[in-house]
Design a protein around this ligand. Structure first.
Ligand code: 13P
Ligand code: SF4
Length: 340
């Protein structure tokens, strides 16, 4: 069906459907974006056609920075809801659209503002570091946000004698604790259902079958600890195990001499990696690791967003005001993040 066909209404969590990503669709999306003076941002886990049409594709840190600096009237965030909310917190005067507001995140759902307030009450004086994969209400209770790309730098920026509450991802928290050697870091027991499902035995099996491969592992993965264990016991050479944010995976793909790379993260990542280094054989550690929320941003949903100005993202001004400091601290700390 061409881009001029009507966009079919989705029910329950069925994505909007009925539009093929053909040349007419691409032309229409770009024409409507120009008419709205809109910038289209896409996360590395988006469908390939969405990544390809976006003005910028990258990891959550890079996209937050691009959103903050953009002078477009409208930001169309092709990602999940907390990402679009973060853009709105940083740019309250701009219109922020997410093509399907039902695109949630199981990790962001693993802690509420009320739970965080109760945890803070148990640790008076602790510094709260929240992963960007949290709701605006949780960010409003946070001192510094972080992404997988700068979590270690963010925690290192906090005086060593201060207690730190790190939420909500337990695997990223374990990675930060390992890297910083910090004993006074308390970790919330949340997880992303997609990354938690990429497990150690699966990784060990794939690594044994591909002994010369590099291992690119997102720190949210259940297998991150196993990967370091494999390196520690010599099953995989230490320099082949790389714990990376999605943006840093793209940079590492350009730099590696390996001919095969095993990738432990959401499968949308493979598209950017293959674009960055077409000569490398990138293989998913778990090819069922697809985030259904990320995949709700379909060609039909993007067209609907640009035609109808939906779904508009709103964050209550008082919540945004309280969250803004933590998000600004996040974008000020650490390396640039990966995106272009
Ligand atoms: P990055 O910050 O590495 O882009 O990851 C975001 C995310 O949602 C991972 O599941
Ligand atoms: Fe959330 Fe996991 Fe999907 Fe990332 S992959 S958006 S953490 S549910």
């Amino acid at each position: 069906m061409a881009a001029t066909a009507s966009v079919e209404r989705a029910s329950a969590l069925e994505p909007y459907d009925g539009v093929r990503p053909d040349a007419a669709w691409r032309e229409e999306v770009l024409r409507l974006a120009e008419r709205r003076n809109a910038v289209i941002l896409a996360h590395n886990y988006q469908l390939p056609e969405i990544q390809d049409i976006a003005h910028h594709t990258g990891d959550s840190l890079a996209l937050s920075r691009i959103a903050a600096e953009s002078d477009a009237d409208t930001i169309v965030f092709c990602g999940v809801h907390f990402m679009a909310e973060t853009a709105k917190i940083l740019s309250p005067d701009r219109t922020v659209l997410i093509p399907d507001e039902r695109a949630g995140c199981s990790l962001a759902d693993s802690i509420t503002a009320e739970q965080l307030r109760a945890w803070k009450a148990e640790h008076p004086g602790a510094v709260v570091v929240s992963y960007v994969n949290t709701t605006a209400e949780v960010k409003a209770e946070t001192d510094i946000c972080c992404t997988s790309s700068n979590a270690v730098d963010v925690v290192r920026s906090i005086p060593a004698d201060r207690e730190v509450l790190f939420c909500p991802d337990q695997f990223l928290g374990a990675h930060v604790k390992r890297e910083t050697g910090r004993e006074n870091l308390h970790i919330w027991a949340g997880e992303c259902h997609v990354h938690a499902g990429i497990n150690g035995p699966e990784l060990a099996e794939k690594a044994a079958a591909n002994p010369d491969a590099d291992l690119f592992i997102h720190p949210e993965c259940g297998c991150a600890t196993s990967a370091l264990y494999l390196a520690g016991e010599g099953t995989v050479p230490q320099d082949k195990v790389k714990i990376l944010s999605t943006g840093d995976m793209v940079k590492a793909a350009r730099d590696t001499h390996a001919r095969t790379v095993l990738v432990a993260t959401e499968v949308g990542m493979l598209h950017q990696l293959r674009r960055a280094a077409p000569e490398i054989d990138f293989r998913a550690v778990n090819d069922r690791a697809a985030c259904r929320y990320m995949k709700m941003i379909t060609p039909a949903a993007l067209l609907r967003a640009l035609r109808e100005g939906r779904d508009e993202v709103h964050v209550a001004p008082d919540v945004a005001e309280r969250a803004r400091g933590a998000v600004r601290r996040m974008i000020a700390i650490g390396q640039p993040g990966g995106g272009e």
